[in-house]
Design a protein. Structure first.
Length: 533
């Protein structure tokens, strides 16, 4: 029998999942199992999230790595906390220095696009302040997957193959370590093949035993800095030593009686709140009404355009967050939505890969967490003998001076990864998130309106076909939309492209809380899995 593990010619239905004592929802059955194991052994939602988090660089290296960034919203003992674990640009990088290297636009991969990794620092800050079990338990599954191997899942195998093809075509020696570490004799592992990464297992032990100190100030940090220096890049040991994850105050808006929470800038979660504020005074009828979809598209288009103009390192922003979330802003932008597609100042949408997950426990604690290398394996630079893949987050800066998000040394970039959370009357209602770079806020808005306006359960809200605005009047719509709806969107003036590949449309998870029961939905667009008990 010769199976195609990414071919499903017959539609199937995922059911919403219920649980009383806890829940873990991730894009990987392995990561879900790591979190579930912790819950079953008496750990809390934060312990489970950490076990899930540290497993994902092993089992989904196509979307994140030990050199990633991470954001989290943590609902713990009745209070919501925000963690921003994104890193700053290297101190000695600049547009001028990239020009000296021959670039006339921002590079997308290679040693010159590596930002200071924040993931491990954020992970250890969360562990220190919230965890109830030891690091040995939290790291156990991740080390086992790396050392003993895991059977690669279908969607990950597909993404892995795309990355291998990409680096082969570029044919640059700086990617040699990627091929040594993350391929099987030069090719990507196929679905169902067992992949091992013993180097990463040893690195995980070192991170565990040093409580992250080795990554920033010790042996691992020196290895990272040495490799970047050897390849002629910018990230230095000083950049690593100066890194510190930070708590941030989550921002919110009330949408039809429910408080929606996001991480503040430098993340672009604020664009979700801006779009919801625009939509809040609009009549959204049936989701299958093309006029309703048109309004949602236009609100997303306006909020994202403004976010790209104003959101950056909060120390560099020229407009206050409160202004972007004000009634005056929403009223003005709402008035610009007509019965035809408008043309705001366009910008190009980039695709990317990320991992999102959510956890919950019997005590009512919940975690919404996301981590990413930005695009696939990130920069493609892997530190020899460690299994550490380094991000390409520098690509998110502008290669033009004088703008709030222009590339400068020691600066936080406009950031795409955004965990979401919902509360009602100051009580936790649920964690949600959808991965996928500039699709993330668009998917947040669509999934939220699916649940709040159209009463779709969490699974149906994720399953519903999605739309992505790309630039100008261009939108991509998934092929499972009714052809009549697509035709009407064209009549509204949208330039419609129908897509059959789910890759760019985001991959999400939802855990809601109703009374003493959790309700979970998991993404049909990837190898998702939910554990509940």
């Amino acid at each position: 029998m010769k199976f195609n593990y990414n071919d499903y010619p017959y539609p199937s239905t995922r059911r919403v999942i219920f649980g009383k004592n806890g829940m873990v929802a991730t894009s990987s059955a392995y990561a879900t199992s790591a979190g579930a194991k912790i819950l079953l052994e008496g750990g809390n939602a934060i312990d489970a999230a950490l076990a899930t988090s540290i497993s994902l660089p092993v089992v989904e290296p196509t979307g994140n790595g030990l050199g990633s960034d991470m954001f989290a919203l943590i609902y713990f003992e009745g209070k919501l906390y925000g963690i921003n674990a994104s890193g700053r640009s290297p101190e000695n990088i600049s547009i001028e220095r990239l020009r000296e290297k021959g670039y006339d636009k921002m590079p997308s991969c290679g040693v010159n696009v590596i930002n200071t990794p924040g993931f491990i620092g954020g992970f250890m800050k969360i562990y220190k302040d919230f965890a109830t079990v030891g690091l040995d338990k939290i790291f156990e599954s991740a080390i086992s997957y790396a050392e003993e191997g895991f059977a690669v899942t279908p969607q990950i195998a597909k993404l892995w193959g795309e990355s291998v093809d990409k680096y082969k075509k570029l044919n640059r020696s700086e990617f040699d370590e990627f091929f040594k570490t993350f391929t099987m004799n030069g090719r990507a592992p196929k679905a169902g093949e067992v992949f091992k990464c013993p180097d990463m297992a040893e690195t995980l032990r070192e991170i565990r035993d040093s409580k992250g100190e080795s990554f920033y100030k010790g042996n691992l940090g020196q290895k990272i800095a040495k490799e970047v220096e050897r390849l002629g890049g910018f990230l230095s040991l000083k950049d690593l030593k100066n890194y510190e994850a930070r708590y941030v105050k989550p921002i919110s808006t009330n949408y039809r009686g429910i408080d929606i929470w996001e991480i503040p800038p430098n993340g672009h979660g604020i664009s979700v709140l801006m779009a919801l504020n625009i939509l809040s005074e609009m009549d959204l009828k049936d989701r299958n009404d093309p006029q309703t979809l048109h309004k949602i598209i236009e609100a997303i288009k306006l909020s994202l355009t403004d976010a790209k103009s104003y959101v950056a390192d909060p120390e560099k922003m020229k407009i206050k967050i409160q202004e972007l979330l004000s009634d005056e802003y929403a009223d003005k932008r709402r008035s610009e939505i007509k019965d035809f597609a408008i043309l705001p100042e366009p910008y190009k949408i980039n695709s990317s890969d990320t991992v999102y997950f959510a956890t919950a426990d019997k005590y009512g604690n919940m975690v919404s967490m996301i981590q990413s290398n930005y695009a696939g394996f990130g920069s493609g630079i892997v530190v020899p003998g460690t299994g550490i893949s380094l991000n390409n987050r520098i690509e998110n800066f502008y290669f033009e001076g004088g703008l709030v998000n222009s590339l400068e040394g020691g600066k936080l970039p406009y950031h795409t990864i955004i965990p979401g959370f919902m509360t009602k009357d100051k009580e936790a209602l649920g964690a949600f998130g959808i991965m996928g770079a500039f699709m993330q806020p668009q998917a947040h808005v669509q999934v939220l309106t699916n649940m709040i306006d159209f009463n779709l359960n969490p699974q149906a809200a994720l399953d519903a076909p999605r739309i992505m605005w790309t630039e100008g009047k261009k939108i991509q719509v998934e092929a499972d939309f009714d052809p009549k709806i697509i035709a009407e969107l064209k009549n509204f003036g949208h330039n419609v492209e129908i897509v059959n590949d789910y890759k760019s449309m985001g991959r999400g998870q939802i855990i809601l809380k109703k009374d003493d029961v959790y309700i979970g939905g998991t993404e049909k667009r990837t190898d998702s899995n939910i554990f509940s008990f």
